[in-house]
Design a protein around this ligand. Structure first.
Ligand code: MG
Length: 486
């Protein structure tokens, strides 16, 4: 019997590989389509909860003391993990910056929102595209409910005027609009990336709303200044419901920390930078406490993708997970996920599957906002887990790289259809004739292939991929749009 299944799986997979899981006719059963809006409740008589998302850049699963790092100390972040919920199977929707950010803000896989890469994986200074304004961001969703909305930090979803945060539901913006290693003045190379910190090597702009206010941005004080702006926003809107999206520029390489933090960590420069970020988180929480907003503010802390391993000790760590940024191995996609709201979020370590895709429907449920109904939303409402430690809605995760499904997880098992490393001379892309299967709860390091032992599991995952693909066609990519230099 097993053999029959295996043959079926392999035959099916060969078919899938041939068309890379594209154009498969299958009809999704209606009951698979979740509709979180039916559960939405409008809290009309109490002040709606505030929402703060603190989003790290390239911080890996293993870069917090609460997630097991032996020498990084992050007491303020760890307090949120301990008193709130620490999720240990929490995924980003892409292993690189721009698609990951678009997915977080819209609750949709990047391929649905023009951010499924073809060749270019993120936006660059010569990009002319951006997150399409037809997409509905968390900020736009909450504005409908009367929220004040602000972003402080890295945007990376298009830096031309029509794509800036102020066109995507945010009342205000302060930050570096793309990655801090762009606009290299003396070459993009490891010597400059890992050498002496010099702000003049990276001519990146610092923007306030639609205006460039500094160039090159003084990155040595960037975490400090972002924090000041974030606190200013909280103070200013303490009597309104507010949404603050706070995507840090750190700990993306090149690393920068202010003078006060240099030499403060046993982990070296990366740890110094983490210390400053941890200070920043502490400032946000103590400001909420001082203003007596802490019990009415949902704080979410997570990261856009795994660690940039080619940056050596200036890059982060994925801990016990395999590989890092750019890949669909666990180290590229699984990140810390922390939820904190004293009195509402029940303290727990949660091993359920969750994703940054789930933030939009979860926030919608907790604020009484409406999940968009005119499009497919890939996120699930996690609020039953947060508030009652009940079961979450998510039982699977699709791992895309570019526009291909590389891997799929369902329950304990994750199957890889295509494998590839990243940031090496030869990334060794392989479409697998025989997909490999890992029990990522038993084996989070993805070392022991169980495909032969569990053909039914593999078959189930292949079917899930087929069903998903039936509602997810390939798409054009905004990332390909660049300045015509002819
Ligand atoms: Mg990143």
């Amino acid at each position: 019997m097993k053999k029959v299944f295996l043959i079926f799986s392999v035959t099916l997979l060969l078919g899938l590989s041939a068309c890379t899981l594209r154009h498969i006719d299958s009809i999704l059963s209606q009951d698979e389509k979740h509709n979180q809006s039916a559960n939405s409740t409008v809290h009309s008589n109490i002040k709606k909860p505030n929402v703060i998302i603190i989003f790290m850049d390239d911080m890996g699963y293993g870069d917090l003391s609460s997630y097991g790092h032996p020498t990084i100390t992050t007491p303020n972040i760890d307090k949120l993990a301990q008193e709130g919920q620490k999720w240990t199977n929490f995924y980003t929707a892409s292993s690189v910056c721009s698609p990951s950010r678009g997915a977080l803000l819209t609750g949709r896989y990047p391929i649905r929102i023009g951010l499924g890469p073809l060749k270019k994986r993120v936006f660059f200074p010569n990009s002319t595209g951006g997150l399409p304004t037809s997409e509905i961001t968390i900020a736009e969703m909450l504005k409908e409910e009367g929220y004040k909305t602000g972003i402080v930090g890295k945007w990376h979803l298009g830096h031309l005027p029509e794509y800036l945060p102020t066109q995507q539901g945010f009342d205000s913006y302060y930050g570096i609009p793309y990655s801090n290693d762009m606009d290299a003045t003396k070459g993009w190379n490891l010597a400059n990336l890992l050498g002496e910190s010099d702000i003049n090597l990276w001519n990146v702009p610092l923007m306030e709303n639609e205006r460039i206010i500094e160039r090159p941005a003084d990155q040595t004080s960037i975490t400090k200044r972002y924090t000041e702006k974030a606190l200013e926003f909280i103070e200013k809107h303490q009597h309104d419901p507010f949404f603050l999206y706070f995507p840090h520029t750190m700990v993306h390489t090149p690393l920068f920390a202010s003078q006060d933090y240099l030499g403060t960590s046993k982990r070296g420069y990366f740890g110094d930078v983490m210390n400053e970020v941890d200070w920043s988180v502490g400032q946000v929480i103590s400001t909420l406490e001082r203003l007596q907003l802490d019990q009415n503010t949902l704080v979410i802390f997570t990261s856009d993708n795994g660690p940039w391993l080619m940056m050596r000790d200036h890059g982060g760590s994925s801990g016990l997970l395999r590989e890092g940024k750019g890949t669909t191995w666990e180290g590229g996609m699984r990140v810390p996920g922390i939820f904190y709201m004293p009195g509402t979020v029940q303290s727990a370590t949660v091993t359920d599957i969750g994703s940054t895709l789930d933030l939009l429907p979860t926030i919608a449920h907790m604020t009484g906002a409406k999940v968009p109904e005119d499009r497919i939303i890939d996120g699930y409402d996690l609020s039953p887990v947060l508030t009652e430690k009940a079961k979450g809605g998510r039982d699977h995760m699709i791992f895309y790289r570019n526009q291909d499904i590389y891997a799929v997880r369902k329950g304990d098992y994750k199957a890889h259809f295509i494998t590839e490393t990243c940031y090496t001379l030869n990334n060794n892309r392989q479409e697998l004739e025989n997909p490999i299967l890992f029990n990522v709860n038993h084996d989070p390091s993805e070392r022991y292939n169980h495909a032969e032992a569990h053909p039914a599991k593999l078959d189930e995952i292949i079917q899930l991929a087929i069903d998903h693909r039936s509602e997810t066609p390939n798409s054009y990519s905004e990332l390909e749009k660049v300045v015509n230099e002819d």
